[in-house]
Design a protein around this ligand. Structure first.
Ligand SMILES: Cc1cc2nc3c(=O)[nH]c(=O)nc-3n(C[C@H](O)[C@H](O)[C@H](O)COP(=O)(O)O)c2cc1C
Length: 331
């Protein structure tokens, strides 16, 4: 199978049957940290459970599994939207270990957000600088509405500049941290063959970089993947963005991190449905030493900022891969 065929297979239109396989396929199309796909699914009657796969955790960038649980929330949101589109009303609860999604038959509820699931992608590219109209911003804010989660949407250039400073400072800290770099590189996939071998990770072309044999790409990383180069890239990306959104839960526990994931996934889907692009710039919330100052700069008080995303108008990039449902459904 070629890379493009694998993308097409995982992103084929939603079919009503086999129901559980299809819902899991759509759940796995969610955004997730480093594309580790840190989840396992199980189905029992009209219940589908999503459990963390701790073998796929990222101890360097995410030592307390904060973004792992956000990723599970993203998957739960996709699953619920896909279920509604197929005529199954979904209600979820977190039992302390797994998200259990109960399905009840209901009239099918097609939605622009469900339609956006196979199209959505994180676009790590310079956008075109066009501002977003107020009614678009309003729809994006609405998409983030989730009990216990605050969304701060910024379009003022000075506010975005302040966030940019934190992103650059965070990026510098991370790129000087050997453990962070080792972990990041271990999830990089430098060419189609390597990406297809694992169906996970960060494929170079998805981020706008060339596809190369790993033995050539690895030594070149030192030359081309530098602190200054990445800082310039992030500055250009943020300068060209129409806005930045920060999500912060009222409490800092697994249930609230999952809630943040749901809001964050809906934001990405709504942006996609509106023809916009988005990507994550999470450095200020990933670097512990910066997180408190970043929270204070946003007036968040004791609350922990969980996610930072930018949005705007930009190009289509190649889509990322997902492991097929057979590999993530436990029997
Ligand atoms: C909790 C979370 C944290 C993420 N952090 C970052 C990040 O800091 N930088 C980045 O470029 N992408 C980040 N991403 C995006 C993922 O890398 C992306 O979702 C994954 O590679 C799959 O690609 P796709 O969303 O385009 O399908 C994050 C996603 C999630 C859900």
């Amino acid at each position: 199978m070629t890379y493009d065929e694998a993308v097409e297979t995982s992103r084929a239109p939603l079919r009503p049957a086999p129901r559980d396989r299809e819902l899991v396929r759509f759940a796995t199309l969610a955004a997730n940290s480093h594309n580790t796909q840190p989840w396992m699914f199980s189905a029992d009657g009209n219940e589908i459970a999503i459990a963390p796969d701790f073998k796929r955790r990222c101890p360097a960038v995410d030592p307390d599994d904060h973004h792992l649980y956000v990723s599970l929330g993203c998957a739960a949101e996709n699953l619920s939207l896909a279920a509604s589109a197929l005529g199954w009303r979904a209600s979820s609860l977190f039992d302390g270990e797994r998200i259990v999604v109960a399905l009840e038959q209901a009239p099918p509820a097609a939605s622009a957000l469900a339609d956006a699931i196979p199209v959505r992608q994180c676009t790590r590219a310079v956008f075109d600088g066009r501002p977003a109209a107020p009614e678009i911003l309003h729809q994006l804010e609405n998409a983030c509405r989730e009990p216990g989660v605050a969304a701060i949407l910024m379009t003022d250039r000075n506010a975005i500049k302040k966030v940019t400073d934190y992103v650059l400072e965070g990026n510098s800290v991370q790129m000087r941290d050997p453990a962070f770099m080792r972990e990041l590189v271990s999830w990089m996939r430098f060419n189609e063959t390597d990406a297809l071998a694992t169906m996970d990770g960060l494929f170079s072309r998805v981020s706008g970089n060339p596809s190369l044999p790993a033995w050539i790409a690895r030594p070149l990383l030192r030359l081309f993947f530098t602190e200054d180069g990445e800082n310039k890239k992030y500055r250009d990306e943020l300068d060209s963005s129409a806005g930045v959104v920060v999500l912060a839960a009222d409490r800092s526990d697994k249930a609230d991190w999952i809630a943040v994931g749901r809001a964050c996934q809906r934001f990405g889907l709504q942006a996609t449905a509106l023809g916009l692009k988005y990507s994550f710039v999470n450095q200020p919330v990933e670097v512990t030493a910066l997180r408190g100052q970043f929270a204070a700069s946003l007036g968040l008080g004791e609350r922990r900022p969980d996610i930072v995303m930018r949005l705007g108008t930009g190009p289509d990039l190649p889509r990322s891969l997902r492991r097929p449902p057979e590999l993530v459904i436990q029997h």
